[in-house]
Design a protein around this ligand. Structure first.
Ligand code: RIB
Length: 305
């Protein structure tokens, strides 16, 4: 039987424009292309975990509109259990307005729509899914109160609890840290959480030390092409990133989180799960879009540096 990963999080339709560079305030730029692509950090992580070997269920909300139907269909096509993807009457589906520039960097504005309706009572209706999980993953694109509720419930149930604190604008509630087994921020999120400016392996280590002192189990700071910093009470280790030519970094972090979770749930060691997630994320940045860019298990297994 495949390991079970349950994700409580967001589903967005990504409205993606490619432009030579990101626009400045007040500026109108001519874009080169426009596509709509299934995304949302929660749904991206669900697709990543499913493509990368886990049995996955998603808990989230969409609007009762065409985008909501398309996002649900995209997850179903990957074999994700969508019994807990709830369509809210009169609500719009979450969207993300994304600009990707010629250097593969992006800027994203999200409008929550249905994601804002993922309440603790919605989650409680699907408590049986949480009970069956091996690993539970949350991000921060649904209400904070709900995330706290899920982390606490995951800890009560004795599950492996992962928080990808994205997007983060400040410190997390202090009581959350004891409920988290793996906290996985990127540089800017680690900075927002700790106040330590993170832009290198050394500064990531400093931020991770502060997070461990807050009571979190283990920390993985993702650093893009600088790799990842893993830290626990036993010490820290740097994992260099596979070298690839980046086309679009959207959902690279989500691919890492989903891949890491799938590998961990399958019983891989932490170093092997980190390397597996890193290869998956590296392959994802060589392709455009969020969910379409996420590789399969066989692609990751067959990766040659
Ligand atoms: O992490 C990438 C995702 O962030 C995009 O798919 C977009 O929907 C935003 O949520």
């Amino acid at each position: 039987m495949q390991a079970k990963v349950v994700i409580v999080g967001s589903l967005n339709m990504d409205l993606v424009t490619r432009a030579p560079r990101l626009p400045r305030a007040g500026e109108t730029l001519a874009g080169q292309s426009f596509v709509t692509v299934p995304g949302g950090k929660g749904a991206n992580q669900a697709v990543a975990a499913a493509r990368l070997g886990a049995s996955v269920a998603m808990i989230g909300c969409v609007g009762d509109d065409a985008y909501g139907e398309q996002l649900r269909a995209a997850l179903l096509a990957e074999g994700v259990d969508c019994q807990a993807v709830t369509a809210i009457a009169g609500e719009s589906t979450g969207v993300a307005l994304i600009v990707v520039d010629d250097s593969s960097q992006n800027a994203i504005v999200i409008v929550a729509g249905g994601n804002g309706q993922v309440s603790a009572s919605v989650v409680d209706r699907f408590d049986a899914l949480l009970s069956q999980a091996d690993v539970i993953i949350c991000q921060l694109e649904v209400p904070m109160a709900t995330v706290g509720h899920v982390l606490k419930r995951g800890r009560e149930l004795g599950k492996t609890v992962i928080l990808n604190p994205a997007p983060a604008s400040g410190p997390l509630p202090a009581e959350w840290y004891a409920w988290i087994d793996y906290l996985i921020p990127n540089e800017s999120e680690a900075t927002a959480l700790t106040g330590v400016p993170v832009d290198s392996v050394a500064t990531a280590d400093a931020a991770a030390t502060a997070l461990l002192a807050s009571g979190v189990g283990k920390v993985i700071v993702t650093l893009g092409e600088q790799g990842a910093l893993f830290a626990s009470q036993s010490g820290s280790a740097h994992f260099p990133a596979p070298k690839v030519k980046a086309v679009d970094t959207t959902a690279a972090g989500d691919t890492f989180v989903g891949g890491f979770a799938a590998a961990l749930a399958e019983g891989k060691s932490e170093p092997d799960a980190i390397r597996f997630g890193q290869i998956a994320a590296a392959l994802s940045v060589t392709r455009s879009g969020a969910q379409p860019s996420i590789p399969t298990f066989n692609e990751v297994q067959g990766y040659q540096p």
